[in-house]
Design a protein around this ligand. Structure first.
Ligand SMILES: [Zn+2]
Length: 372
């Protein structure tokens, strides 16, 4: 029998070592008989799908920064095999793709109609197939979040938002994250940490989310180095899983400039730029940019980490360095010609309105130039 969830907060969360054993029972409790596992080839090879312990149809075409094309081919498999549930196994890319497939199962296309920036939130209103999220990274928070990001055929990386996109349950098993290599552990971990920072600094009023964000921030900052250096540190892995969950619970109140700057770069699907690694790179510059707009919040974050507010940007600079993450966009193969024209897109991103300091094209351009 499936036990009671560890927590029920926005959705049912199963968080413990070996929690993956509950996947089969949950699907059967929901009356689902033909789940579609949405994942990537690497995880299939590593035996990830076998660990779910279920009979399932598998779509393994997820790539980093998923696209509308992938959503359509995944939808075809869902319909062809008459599936009745989605099991997203992987990082944020797999979970977000499964959410978008869910939208397409319940609604007429094209996906663009449902994007936040096209006023699509209220149009996501029909029932979606039940989604079970089984994250294998600790970063995106998508396992408990109501958002999904996808690069559309137009080339724009768009956000989709609806309470209906929150997975019906999240099975968070720290053991599934131990095989994540150091670079991805650091990059995904910094994504989770940046969610906590940006949600906390968001201009929307939500002190409940603020408390969650601060807790996630401390857990993440205290453990990201140890899990990057020693992937088998299961206690640290559990703390990072919590940081990811808490970041996802907190970003209900919106994100900010770090994500605004990173989204247009993530839309270059052929470059495969890692979302969390980009966020880590932008975080110190954005903290400096935002500093005077919310000095009390900077002080509160630094205080929880044990130092003074004005040391916060340098703290993250040093952390990135120790994690072996890039310091400049050039190190990720990007040039001014590629990056600078994206400044207006960044300013218009759905995360910009909740940044504590107004973000226009000129501000985004200056921020891009600072880290080129
Ligand atoms: Zn993120």
């Amino acid at each position: 029998m499936t036990p009671l969830p560890t927590m029920s907060y926005l959705t049912d969360i199963y968080l413990e070592r070996g929690a993956v054993q509950y996947v089969a029972g949950l699907l059967s409790d929901w009356g689902c008989q033909r789940p579609l596992v949405v994942t990537d080839r690497g995880l299939v090879k590593l035996g990830g799908v076998d660990r779910l312990g279920i009979e399932a149809v598998v779509y393994d075409g997820v790539e980093t920064n998923p696209t509308e094309d992938q959503a359509r081919s995944c939808l075809e498999v869902f319909r062809r095999d008459d599936c009745d549930a989605l099991v997203a196994l992987g990082g944020g890319s797999s979970i977000d793709l499964a959410k978008c497939v869910g939208i397409l199962v319940g609604h007429e296309g094209p996906l663009e109609r449902y994007a936040i920036l096209h006023g699509g939130m209220p149009k996501i209103q029909n029932p979606l197939p039940p989604l079970l999220a089984v994250p294998t990274t600790a970063g995106s928070g998508s396992e408990v979040g109501r958002a999904a990001l996808l690069t559309l055929t137009s080339g724009d990386k768009m956000g989709f938002l609806s309470p209906l996109l929150i997975p019906k349950a999240a099975v968070c098993d720290p053991e599934l994250t131990v095989s994540l290599p150091p670079g991805l552990t650091a990059g995904t971990g910094m994504d989770a940490i940046s969610h906590c920072v940006e949600a906390f600094c968001s201009t929307r009023f939500n002190p409940v989310a603020d408390a969650i964000a601060l807790d996630g921030l401390v857990r993440g900052c205290n453990h990201i180095l140890s899990v990057t250096e020693n992937g088998g540190d299961l206690e640290g892995r559990s703390e990072m899983v919590l940081c990811s969950l808490e970041g996802g619970l907190a970003f209900q109140k919106g994100l900010g400039a770090v994500h605004s700057l990173s989204h247009p770069l993530g839309a270059f699907t052929e470059r495969g730029l890692h979302h969390g690694t980009l966020n880590a790179l932008f975080l110190p510059a954005v903290l400096r940019f935002n500093f005077d707009a919310c000095p009390e919040k900077m002080k509160a974050m630094a205080g929880r980490l044990g130092f003074c507010g004005n040391e916060l940007p340098e703290y993250f600079e040093r952390l990135n360095e120790r994690l072996g993450l890039p310091k400049t966009l050039a190190e990720m193969g990007l040039t001014a010609e590629v990056v600078e024209p994206l400044a207006e897109k960044a300013a218009g991103d759905h995360c910009s309105p909740t940044n504590p300091r107004a973000l226009d094209g000129a501000a985004c351009l200056a921020l891009y130039r600072e880290v080129l």
